[in-house]
Write a protein that binds this ligand. Structure first.
Ligand code: WT7
Length: 654
């Protein structure tokens, strides 16, 4: 196995995974090869199934006339006034569908009411305690309008920022849509965040109102939210706090600024005209914290975001109105904004939302729900899949998962082992795996493998039609196949962020590191077919003896081992090598950590990636520090090892 690289130190890299696949592929038996190719090249029927049809044709259609391509998609939605121009590109600022007037809730709700969707189920909600609620499109429309009228009665106006700090309940979705209805800019803060994070997000966005719940529930435990809000609004511009009171006896409301969620809706009109929004008016701010740096308020606007989420639901998730779509994220993340709420409702599909934890009361709960509700599209994260792998096949095997037809993933690289497990154990080797690469900033999916196209485990896929992605060096020159480089998006797309709230300079930085290109912050490698493998964040790189190693690659190698459920690696400064690797490993149930196993894992990494990537130390652990969106916080592990201050922990999971 060779180490390829360039003299460019940031980009000098292994291309091991690809080379290693090739090597392993060469050594397996022909019977295995048949199974493999049968498995990963989806059956012909999927080629027919996809909404888009052939990737190549669609991509060429886009390249030939990008504006026509987007205008055709936008025309499938309803606008109060058509656009004058599709795109006004004033690098690095884009305006999409200029002059157009719209309201996203009109397309999510009103548009369906004159169709057979009026009494169709919009939301199915399953609570932490197993309770259920079902809401039709008509009902959702009425509740949103009533709540929007309630907000108006408090003096909320177009452009006001409203912070939503609620658990995953129908009321949360009603609150979000009601803001959009009246043109208020929602700023959803995930209910798992603590007081400091909430406070800084309220302050930064200068929110006038906070909508919250008295409590959220997790594993049967009540988590008080209201008392967090009480403290978070001190020294802020908040005028009113609206409280959804879920628990009995009711949480008392003390001060004059507090109002009950349902009292606010009482006797309100069941209709309110949607606020006429300019295509470029703000729709929402969503703070992205990631693993490093302070949170940025990513700003999305009305028209382009609507078109982008609609398009990708249709073509990437292959959504049909008959689907029961379950995206297991929380609406507090961009995945929830785009693929629980806006996209699927634009499409008129049925959504499952749930407050449940994947392993409570037992690791079968999700599969029980898939069987029970007949879920057809499941959209989850690699970290959840690896957790299920750890509990073993016996859990999903107890349930009938035949309703599933699309399995999607997001958040971090879907390593080949997890891909295979998801594909075989959950998908019974018949459902496509759609690994979607995108970001809070992109608003919609960007790189993935469309249904019907050949799937490659470990590779997200290609840029979707409408998007131009490439792997380049620091000067912006395309890298050759097999060479690691910087992932960039060339040119604007409709659902791109428009700014960082209150910090245009921070927005510009995404576009000015390499002229004309949007630098996403991930390293990637392309193969000969143009498939993109995401290596990891460019800051998650360890330099060992002059070679750059992606933490994700070493982790992926460790997870390949049968005993390993999850792994995180960090670099520890070393006088000789610059850095050495320390690995933290969670074992699969039934295995226990020993020196022998540590040696075996080290040997395994050596065989897979080469001696340079061998961990100098392996530590067996029960859990890893993660952000609430499931990303491993390597800097926390590192600070712990180095005896340093781990910095801001507000985004960390309990
Ligand atoms: C970062 C964006 C987009 C919703 C979830 C996270 C990583 C995301 C993938 C994927 C490999 C992925 C990237 C990206 N990421 N999806 N399919 N394969 N990496 O949103 O918090 O804005 O994070 O998540 O590093 O830059 P986010």
């Amino acid at each position: 196995m060779s180490i390829r690289g360039s003299t460019d130190s940031v980009l000098l890299f292994y291309t091991i995974n690809y080379v290693e696949y090739q090597r392993r592929y060469d050594t397996i038996t022909s019977q295995e090869k048949t199974n493999l190719s049968h498995g990963y090249i989806p059956a012909e029927e999927y080629r027919e199934m996809s909404n888009l049809g052939n990737y190549q044709t669609a991509y060429e259609r886009f390249l030939k006339d990008p504006e026509k391509f987007w205008s055709e998609i936008a025309s499938e939605l309803e606008w109060f006034k058509e656009w004058d121009q599709i795109l006004e590109w004033n690098y690095p600022n884009a305006k999409w569908f200029t002059g157009a007037k719209c309201n996203i809730t009109h397309n999510c709700l009103d548009r369906h009411l004159n169709t057979e969707k009026r009494n169709k189920v919009a939301l199915i909600w399953r609570g932490d305690d197993g309770s259920e609620r079902i809401i039709t499109y008509r009902q959702l429309f009425r509740e949103v309008c009533r709540f929007a009228n309630g907000l108006k009665s408090l003096g909320a106006r177009k452009g006001d920022r409203i912070c939503i700090y609620m658990p995953n309940t129908p009321e949360q979705i009603i609150a979000i849509l009601a803001c959009a209805r009246i043109g208020a800019v929602h700023n959803v803060v995930f209910a798992g965040f603590g007081m400091e994070s909430l406070h800084s997000r309220i302050r930064d966005s200068e929110s006038r109102f906070v909508i919250t719940s008295d409590a959220s529930f997790r594993r049967g435990k009540r988590i008080d939210l209201k008392s967090i809000v009480d403290r978070a609004i001190v020294h802020t511009s908040v005028e009113k706090v609206i409280v959804h009171r879920r628990t009995r006896p009711r949480t008392e409301l003390y001060s004059e600024i507090e109002i009950d969620f349902y009292d606010l809706m009482k006797e309100r009109n069941y209709f309110i005209e949607p606020e006429v929004m300019d295509s470029e008016d703000p729709l929402f701010i969503l703070y992205t914290s990631g693993t490093t740096g302070t949170a940025k308020g990513i700003l999305h606007t009305c028209g382009g975001y609507m078109v982008g989420t609609y398009y990708t639901c249709k073509y990437v998730l292959d959504m049909k109105p008959s689907d029961v779509h379950w995206c297991t994220a929380d609406p507090g993340w961009i995945t929830g904004h785009s693929y629980i709420i806006y996209g699927p409702l634009l499409f008129g599909t049925t959504l499952l939302i749930s407050e449940t934890t994947p392993d409570y009361p037992d690791p079968g709960v999700w599969w029980d729900m898939v069987e029970d509700f007949g879920v057809t599209i499941l959209y989850t994260a690699p970290t959840a899949i690896r957790m299920f792998m750890r509990h073993g096949e016996k859990w999903p095997e107890k349930y009938n998962l035949d309703s599933l037809r699309i399995l999607a993933s997001v958040g971090e690289p879907l390593n080949p082992e997890a891909f295979e497990w998801y594909y075989k154990v959950i998908g019974k080797s018949r459902t496509p795996i759609v690994d979607t690469w995108w970001q809070t900033e992109t608003g919609m999916h960007m790189v993935t493998t469309l249904v019907g196209e050949k799937m490659k485990p470990g590779y997200a896929g290609k840029a979707i039609p409408g998007v131009v992605a490439d792997v380049v060096d620091k000067e912006g020159n395309s890298k050759k196949a097999g060479e690691t480089g910087i992932l960039v998006i060339k040119g604007p797309w409709p659902s791109m962020m428009r700014s960082v709230w209150g910090n245009d300079e921070r927005y510009r930085q995404y576009w000015t590191q390499i002229k004309d290109y949007y630098v996403v912050g991930d390293l990637a490698v392309k193969d000969d077919d143009g498939y993109i493998q995401i290596i990891g964040r460019s800051d998650d790189v360890i330099i060992i003896a002059g070679h750059n190693l992606g933490t994700a690659e070493v982790e992926s190698a460790l997870v390949e081992h049968e005993a390993v459920a999850e792994a995180a690696v960090i670099g520890i400064p070393d006088p000789v090598k610059g850095n050495i690797i320390k690995a933290f490993v969670i074992l699969i149930d039934g295995y226990s950590g020993s020196e022998k196993l540590a040696n075996e894992l080290t040997y395994h990494v050596r065989m897979t990636l080469g001696p340079i990537a061998m961990p100098a130390e392996i530590k067996f652990v029960e859990s890893l520090p993660k952000t609430r969106s499931g990303k491993i916080m390597r800097r926390v592990l590192k600070a712990q090892e180095m005896g340093e201050d781990p910095g801001d922990l507000s985004t960390m999971e309990e």
